[in-house]
Design a protein around this ligand. Structure first.
Ligand code: ADP
Length: 436
């Protein structure tokens, strides 16, 4: 198996783990059995764990993830069948077939697995003006626990992107020993962040799933941040209709994050805002509020916690920058400082952004008692995984203590433990493989 990489990252060449080679062989067999031809190429996209920076990407702020070895693989052939045919190694994800000439309509309220894939195909077609496919067959195999905050759906979309381009892409590389990435959005750019030696990151799944696309929690937070943006802009004499992200207010005012946090204290009251109060303060009608501020699945919301949400976002954005600067400056107490930032992040997610859940809080608590210097929910929250920073020498005793306290006592969790509690090894980026 040969790897094709576009821009080769300085992080070195792509090495395939034995388990990935076995999965690729299995994919090839499944593909041949299903379609009676061999795959033309394979694509691979890793999951990722966000070390810090939760729920701030859609507000325009940088996040700090690390690629993990769990990934989505796809075996692909491009042909003249006139159909896009999708199948999955996991029987839970049913086969799907659609004619290439059909407009791909994606139902956001019913997020079937193949919609993510079709989204990737459609996105790349639109972005690069690629003509419709003449036909494509795919079999997908994933090892990322879904709806756990490890970006299984993004990895699936990324795999589909590469099928479409059938060109080499190298999105995400964390292959340097102990490296994460600072991802900035304006402009989009990724910078290596070297993590300190002497600690590892352990991922633990609380075993409660949260499907972002099927729930409105996530959309309510997005809307609350948008309202807070407009209120802050209005208060400071900016045009609220020109800004939709909290980072834009900061940029427009040329203020520091500390100044934004002080402004939040000054402008907002902690009690939730009603629709009426918001409309009055922004001088807009209730209709305009419904159509221009709320999203389709947040129309029924009556109360909005603007103080708490904006305080979380500006505070978390500042923590990401502090995390990076500790990694860059490598002080002697780096591990303790990073652990403190992760703990503050969890408290903010739990109390201000309210995106944790009792299971995650219990798990984070157990991780801290079991020897982690920092532990926090990662991903969207309301379920999914925690990520903990653990001194390397305490790793074995940490894993045992978490297993004994969280997984073993509950039969359902005990059954899921193997794929739910693991040390995250920095992994390679997205890649496209050809057979030798
Ligand atoms: P995440 O944080 O893991 O991206 P989401 O809830 O946003 O969680 O997305 C999970 C969805 O991604 C699943 O419900 C499924 O539709 C899709 N998905 C994840 N893994 C696979 C897989 N191996 N094969 C097909 N679809 C998958």
């Amino acid at each position: 198996m040969r790897t094709v990489e576009g821009k080769r990252q300085p992080c070195g060449s792509y090495l395939l783990e034995y388990s990935v080679i076995c999965r690729l062989k299995n994919l090839k067999n499944a593909f041949e059995a299903k379609y009676g031809e061999s795959p033309l190429f394979y694509t691979c996209a890793p999951g990722r764990v966000n070390l810090i920076g939760e729920h701030i990407d859609y507000c325009g702020y940088s996040v700090l993830p690390m690629a993990i070895e769990q990934n989505i693989l796809a075996a692909v052939s491009v042909n003249n069948s006139g159909m896009i045919q999708l199948a999955n190694i996991n029987p839970q994800y049913k086969d799907y077939k659609v004619s290439c000439s059909e407009d791909i309509a994606i139902n956001k309220d019913d997020p079937k697995w193949y919609y993510y894939f079709l989204c990737g195909v459609k996105g790349i077609q639109e972005k690069f003006g690629i003509p419709r496919l003449a036909g494509m067959s795919c079999v997908v195999d994933g090892s990322i626990p879904p709806s756990s905050g490890l970006s299984s759906s993004s990895a699936l979309v990324c795999c589909a992107d590469m099928c479409q381009m059938h060109g080499p892409v190298h999105f995400f590389s964390g292959r340097k020993r102990h490296c994460a990435k600072l991802i900035e959005f304006h402009p989009l750019r990724a910078t290596d962040v070297k993590l300190p030696e002497g600690a590892v990151f352990v991922i633990s799944n609380c075993c409660k799933e949260m499907n972002k696309a099927a729930s409105s929690h996530y959309n309510i937070r997005v809307v609350e941040c948008r309202i807070a943006t407009k209120m802050l802009a209005h208060h400071r004499g900016l045009d609220p209709s020109k800004v939709s992200k909290l980072s834009q207010v900061q940029t427009e005012l040329n203020a520091s994050l500390e100044e934004m946090l002080a402004m939040v204290e000054e402008v907002f009251h902690p009690e939730p805002y009603t629709r009426e109060e918001i409309c009055k303060l922004l001088s807009i009608t209730s209709e305009k509020f419904s159509t221009e501020v709320l999203s389709a699945n947040t129309q029924q919301e009556t109360h909005f916690k603007l103080y708490q949400r904006s305080k979380h976002v500006y505070g978390e954005a500042a923590r990401v920058m502090s995390f990076k600067s500790v990694c860059d400056s490598e002080p002697v107490d780096a591990i303790r400082l990073l652990g403190d930032l992760m703990n503050q992040s969890h408290v903010s997610c739990r109390d201000l952004y309210e995106c944790s859940c009792p299971e995650l809080d219990q798990l984070v608590d157990i991780c801290l008692k079991s020897g982690a210097v920092g532990s926090r929910l990662t991903g969207a929250g309301w379920g999914g995984c925690a990520v903990s920073m653990v001194p390397s020498k305490k790793m074995e005793s940490f894993l045992k203590a978490v297993r004994d306290a969280y997984y073993t006592p509950d039969p359902r969790r005990a059954a899921m433990e193997k794929q739910s509690l693991f040390v995250s090894k920095p992994a390679g980026g997205a890649a496209l493989f050809l057979e030798d």
